[in-house]
Structures are given as C-alpha cells and as structure tokens.
Design a protein around this ligand. Structure first.
Ligand code: GUN
Length: 272
C-alpha cells in the first residue's frame, strides 16, 4: 500500500488554512536565504507558495553569499525582537564562513519553526513538549498515524543521523515507544539491521535500500530525494523492487516531500 503524502498534505494544509483564518494574532513566517544554492532557492519558494496557500504571511530575506556571520546574527536578533514576526527559518546549508550552530542557537525557541534550536531539541530529548517539532520527522509521524501504522513497540530502523531528520526522528519514535536503531556510515551489518525493521526510515540521499533487504510486510518511508544520473527525481529506496515485499511504502515524489511542507505550515501557524 502506498503512503500517499501528497493526499494527506492537502488535508493538513486545509486544516491549517482553517485554523489560521480563526487566529486573532496572525502568523508571519520569515525565511532567511543566504547565497545562491539552487536547491535551497526552490525549497524556499515552495515554502512561500505553501504559506500563501494557507493564508500565512511570509517574507523571504535574501542575503548575498558574502554576508558575515555578525550581520546574519544581527538580522536574527531583530527578527527575535519583532513582535509581528512569529516564525523564523534560516535555510540550510549556510556558506562555509558562517558557523551554523551559532546561527541556529541564536533563534528564539518560540519562533524556531524548524525545531532546531538547542532548547527545542533538548525539550524533545528529555520528554518536555518542544515549541515546535522538526518538520520532516513530524511529517513522517503524521503519515504513519494516518495509515494507522503501529509505532508503540515497533522495531524502527532509521538510516541517517542528521540533525534535520535522523536524530529528531529517533527521538520522536522513542517518545511513541518504538525500539529505535539508528544506522550511519560507520554502522556494521546495516543490511541485517534493516531486515529487523517493522518501520524503516531512510534519510541518506543515496540509493541504499534495495530488493530483498526489507522485512516482509514492513513499512518503508523514503525521506531521500535527489536526481539520478538521468536527471529523474528519486529516493533512497529502489521502489519497484522493494514495494512488492513491504506492507506500506512512501513514493518519491509524492511521499515525505509534500508532508514536510505541510508539517512546516502546521508549525508556522502556531503562534506563541
Ligand atoms: N535544508 C534542508 N532541509 C531543511 C529544513 O528542514 N530546514 C532548514 N532550515 N533548512 C533545510
């Protein structure tokens, strides 16, 4: 069965639009984009389009690649203090001369719609409610819940340990009482670990999950998205070969991608 992220994302965006229309304080999302990374530009424009669709005011601040760390921190400080701004998102990656961690930790946790600040990450890790959950893992959980995939007690295997997906995904699954294994480039016997998964989540950006690797009737969530050698948009999972043996599988495109945007809009509609 296909985990239809596109269809669910439309439902969520509808709900968000409804909720936003009833809010007394209107949300305003500010997205900061530094440099001219082509993929980042597309992502940021998609976020703006989605915000327009649900009635969330959004502003893109485009800064040149040479922007200094000090200038960027000063802009974030102004946004933190601006009462009309309710959400701040600094698109990653940043140019090499800027310390990503310094930037992320400078964002007010109450406006950190990415859920990347130490306070939000820490709150999630110690079982307190963060102000926001990171959009991609939150979107994956929404997708699993929509299809009533049991998480409690499930063996979940995550491939990838990024701050954006792998690590928060593990925390969120743990919070829901799954048994979580995180695999990464130093892991031994990844194939054996993948075989144990009731829920497999791949977030690598390389074709890594192939035929016969997954457990029968398992649930496979493909977070990877990249272009193959023919320029075709694809994911980490060899869909045609893997899909016959698993119970549920998310396609690329049309799976986690639209869920990430919908989940981000859900976050951006929350006003503290
Ligand atoms: N770059 C790739 N994914 C993300 C994301 O979820 N948030 C931000 N800020 N940058 C990203």
């Amino acid at each position: 069965m296909i985990l239809d992220g596109k269809a669910l994302s439309l439902k969520i965006l509808d709900d968000v639009r409804n909720n936003v229309s009833k809010l007394s304080k209107k949300p305003h999302l500010v997205v900061v984009l530094i440099g001219d990374d082509a993929a980042s530009k597309i992502y940021v424009n998609n976020k703006k389009k989605a915000a327009d669709k649900v009635g969330i005011k959004s502003t893109i601040i485009e800064l040149p690649k040479k922007t200094s760390e000090k200038e960027l921190l000063s802009i974030i400080n102004d946004l933190n203090n601006d009462k009309e701004v309710t959400g701040i998102l600094v698109q990653l990656p940043l140019p090499a001369h800027i310390d990503k961690n310094k930037v992320v930790e400078s964002i007010s946790p109450q406006k950190d719609v990415d859920g990347f600040t130490p306070e939000n990450v820490g709150r999630l890790a110690i079982g307190l409610e963060p102000y926001y959950y990171p959009a991609t893992p939150q979107g994956v959980i929404m997708l699993l819940d929509e299809y009533n995939i049991p998480i409690e007690g499930a063996d979940a295997v995550i491939i990838g340990r990024s701050n954006i997906v792998g690590k928060p995904m593990a925390q969120m699954l743990l919070k829901r009482n799954a048994t979580v294994t995180i695999c990464h480039s130093f892991s031994k016997g990844i194939e054996d670990k993948i075989k144990t998964a009731d829920i497999l989540i791949s977030a690598v950006g390389k074709k890594i999950v192939r035929c016969k690797m997954v457990r029968n009737n398992s649930c496979v969530v493909d977070v990877g998205i990249f272009r193959d050698s023919n320029g075709k948009l694809t994911g980490d999972v060899d869909f045609d070969f893997v899909s016959p043996s698993c119970g549920y599988i998310s396609p690329v495109p049309g799976g986690v991608g639209p869920m990430t945007i919908a989940s981000l809009m859900y976050n951006a509609s929350k006003v503290y």
